[in-house]
Design a protein around this ligand. Structure first.
Ligand code: SF4
Length: 472
């Protein structure tokens, strides 16, 4: 795979970040046409899709959720796992089939996979029916690419990031909660991760622009914002303007929006001043996603995570001490190369110490192009699966325990909508990011409601609003 050399990528100083305004002066040339957008991967991609949707709708497209009805298919891809590649190309097969029946169908591919040279090469050679390829750094070029559509395949991917765009408009999926990008890219170079290569170096948006966006969202009735970045705690470091994530958090809290959240945190950049700010403001939610990845110092070193087990636990305890009722969730990878039973037991030890509210757990699989993929993967799949099973049993037991502690209590829940599987029920999230399902009360959607928790499962709570359903 032709990715930048790791040492070179880390040394790069050639990025001059400039602030640009997005140009929205383009004609509605596609009125009556329909687009189908499929999003793979993380919240960053989900939010990028909200930007893509806005451009398409301004061009005159309307959305369809039925592939066969569409005039344009956009696949917003993810590169984080090896199997993401297979999923996208598998789906592309369906699109190719549809294009045979409907030759005027346009197919566009964007997202992290488009930033990989070997993927672009594969699209060029094996998938000539794809019309447009665009990358993560030039989403705003999509209207131009569609308007100036040529007969031959158009590939417009910026290999080097450089601009931070302001004034981006979104077709947001929710009218209640909103994602707000605060920074792009990541400089951490964890050895198993492809993100620094596909999303580039850390580039922060200016604090004042983020605050204005949050103020506008508040004025438009949004109840909650989630500040978004691969590593939000590093916010502002690249700008050298004398402010960092704690200052941003404080300014966003002072807008008075009802709920402020942020993802994702890296333990390495989490300062005690940031914890103080989270503790100080009632509208900064007491919920932190703090990826652990492994409890073994040897494996953490191999992963390039830059903290030790002891440092992680110490950070965990300071957060717990300073922020009352905080809920902390994590990510854990099992079966990293060289992970011994002892290393794995270190991970279980951290889980037993921290008793996380919940954890996303994964089996390690090498991602081509990352430094870790060059280390011999010497843990058998059988061992990986068995460790995952043992880890999940423990993690789920602590999740259930944490949820059970809430039974009988009354907690604030932001009601987000109807339960997809059971339309008679509604759902929402507590301040600590726990999913609550409630019978009835559809008029409460969009409100923060006091809910009595009546039952607990590992992954959700049941609540009732009858006696305490006063909206605030
Ligand atoms: S912090 Fe590590 S895992 Fe997270 S995006 Fe950056 S390189 Fe990837």
């Amino acid at each position: 795979m032709n990715l930048p050399d790791l040492k070179e990528a880390k040394k790069r100083t050639d990025i001059k970040v400039t602030e640009k305004q997005v140009n929205y002066h383009f004609p509605s040339a596609f009125i009556g046409k329909k687009y189908f957008l499929r999003t793979y991967g993380c919240q960053m991609n989900v939010h990028d899709s909200e930007e893509i949707k806005k451009y398409l709708e301004m061009l005159g497209f309307t959305e369809t959720t039925i592939l066969e009805e569409s005039d344009l298919v956009v696949l917003n891809t993810c590169a984080i796992r090896e199997n993401a590649h297979d999923k996208v190309f598998g789906y592309l097969g369906r699109c190719k089939h549809l294009k045979r029946e409907k030759p005027e169908l346009l197919i566009a591919i964007g997202g992290c996979m488009s930033q990989e040279e070997n993927v672009v090469e594969e699209i060029k050679t094996k998938h000539p029916y794809v019309d447009i390829v665009f990358g993560t750094h030039n989403i705003s070029e999509l209207p131009k690419l569609l308007l100036e559509k040529k007969d031959k395949q158009q590939i417009e991917v910026y290999s080097i990031e450089g601009d931070v765009y302001e004034g981006i408009q979104y077709s947001r999926d929710s009218k209640i909660t909103a994602w707000v990008d605060i920074m792009y890219g990541c400089d951490k170079f964890c050895t198993y991760c492809i993100v620094p290569y596909t999303r580039g170096k850390e580039r922060s948006r200016k604090l004042e622009n983020i605050v204005v966006e949050v103020e506008e969202l508040k004025q438009n009735g949004y109840k909650e914002v989630t500040l978004l970045g691969q590593n939000v705690n590093a916010y502002g470091r690249d700008l050298n303007l004398g402010y960092d994530f704690k200052d941003l958090l404080e300014k966003v809290a002072l807008t008075g929006i009802e709920r402020v959240r942020f993802v994702t945190s890296h333990p390495w950049n989490f300062t005690s001043e940031m914890i103080d700010v989270i503790a100080k403001y009632d509208n900064i939610m007491p919920y932190i996603h703090l990826p652990l990845q492994s409890g073994s110092d040897a494996i953490l070193k191999l992963m390039g995570r830059r903290y030790t087990k002891e440092e992680y636990i110490s950070l965990f305890h300071s957060i717990k001490e300073k922020i009352p009722n905080v809920s902390i969730t994590t990510d854990i990878i099992v079966g990293f190369p060289n992970e011994t039973e002892e290393d794995f037991l270190e991970t279980l030890d951290v889980v037993n110490t921290c008793k996380f509210d919940s954890a996303f757990t994964f089996i390690y699989s090498p991602r081509e192009g990352t430094p870790a993929s060059l280390i011999k993967d010497n843990v058998t799949m059988k061992t990986k699966e068995s460790r995952l099973r043992r880890l999940n049993e423990l993690v789920n037991a602590y999740s259930l325990e944490a949820n059970k502690r809430l039974v009988g209590s009354i907690v604030p829940v932001l009601i987000l909508g109807e339960n997809e599987k059971d339309k008679k029920r509604i759902y929402g999230y507590t301040d600590t990011m726990k999913l609550v399902n409630i019978d009835g009360g559809h008029d409460l959607i969009g409100k923060i409601v006091q809910v009595k928790i009546i039952d607990a499962k590992s992954f959700s709570l049941d609540g009732e609003t009858e006696k305490v359903g006063e909206a605030i």
